[in-house]
Ligand binder design. Structure first.
Ligand code: CP
Length: 322
């Protein structure tokens, strides 16, 4: 674990399979500790900044609670406080905050996060960019391990928008850790071939297949994974996305098509699964999963949400902990 000290988490590409598994195992251990109300304060006297340039429920609260559990000092900056490039460059802000804080979580454009990490000199944790969501996928791995007992050779069918940041992050961990990922998506939303090529390496133990056929794509899956169709900033494309992704809504029929009665359902959330949101009422047909599946016995969505906190705690301990 010492090898992870001082390092940023930008995509998970920068971590080996061994290191990713170590983070997941550490998260399992800190979860057990918390259940026993043991708090070893491994982040005492560490100062942590959270800069969120987009809204967040899970990621932000996970950093807040994980830091509190480990006795860190934490400051949350709303978007209007840190104005990158308005009267101060990203490079200068990064160098200032890097002198003051021990670790910084940043949600925003990926290029900005990369530049910030480059100049800050302290670990920077990508709390979601348009391209990657590494802290989410760590929680997903933890949830799979808890539910299925292992990670190797698990079959995951992601059903929905193949161009989402979750798909990129799932591709990275699937290839590295020996999982088998099927991206089930309309052709118009397939991951870009250039991205698939960039993320591939000859020695990868895992595999990635892209298909537009739902029944074929989910057959044999251990995990059916969904994501909201309209991400932050894509609202103007809602009608087109609903039209393209409508046939990819995850329903009881999708779960049955896995031919695996033990297949679990996962979702990074927020999920549109009923009419309890303004957005779902405004755009009929925008629900990406049926209520039956979301609320069903094989849904692991709230375990995933809880595990955001344990995995984020593990990342902070591994990279800046005492
Ligand atoms: N899954 C996720 O990142 O949720 P938030 O946007 O609420 O942080």
């Amino acid at each position: 674990m010492n090898l992870m000290k001082g390092r940023s988490l930008l995509t998970l590409e920068e971590f080996t399979a061994n290191e990713i598994e170590t983070l997941v195992d550490l998260a399992v251990a800190v979860k057990a500790e918390k259940k026993e109300r043991r708090f070893p304060e491994r982040l005492k006297h560490r100062n942590i900044a959270l800069i969120f340039l987009k809204p967040s429920c899970r990621t932000r609260t996970s950093f807040v609670v994980a830091a509190a559990d480990e006795a860190a000092n934490l400051q949350v900056f709303p978007e209007e406080d840190i104005r990158f490039g308005v009267k101060e460059s990203t490079k200068d802000i990064a160098r200032v905050l890097g002198r003051i804080f021990d670790g910084i979580a940043l949600r925003g454009d990926h290029v900005l996060i990369q530049e910030f990490a480059h100049y800050s000199g302290v670990p920077v944790w990508n709390a979601l960019s348009e391209d990657y969501h590494p802290t989410q996928v760590l929680a997903d791995l933890m949830t799979i391990k808890e539910s299925l007992g292992c990670l190797k050779d698990v079959n995951i069918a992601f059903v929905g928008d193949g161009q989402s940041n979750m798909v990129t992050s799932l591709i990275i961990v699937a290839r590295k850790l020996g999982l088998h990922l099927r991206v089930v998506s309309p052709r118009s939303r397939w991951p870009l071939q250039s991205k698939l090529d960039k993320l591939a390496s000859r020695d990868d133990p895992g595999s990635v297949v892209v298909t537009e056929h739902v029944t074929e794509g989910v057959r044999g899956a251990d995990v059916v994974y969904g994501d909201i169709w309209v991400s932050m900033g894509q609202e103007q494309d809602t009608t087109a996305l609903v039209q393209a992704l409508g046939p990819y809504k995850i329903t009881h029929a999708t779960m049955q098509a896995t031919c695996n009665p033990a297949a679990i359902f996962m979702h990074c959330m927020p999920a549109l699964h009923d009419d309890d949101t303004e957005f779902a009422r405004k755009y009929p047909g925008v629900c990406d999963v049926s209520n039956e599946v979301f609320e069903g016995p094989l849904s692991r969505v709230f375990e995933q949400s809880e595990n955001r906190m344990h995995t984020i705690k593990a990342v902070m301990i591994a990279t800046i902990g005492g």
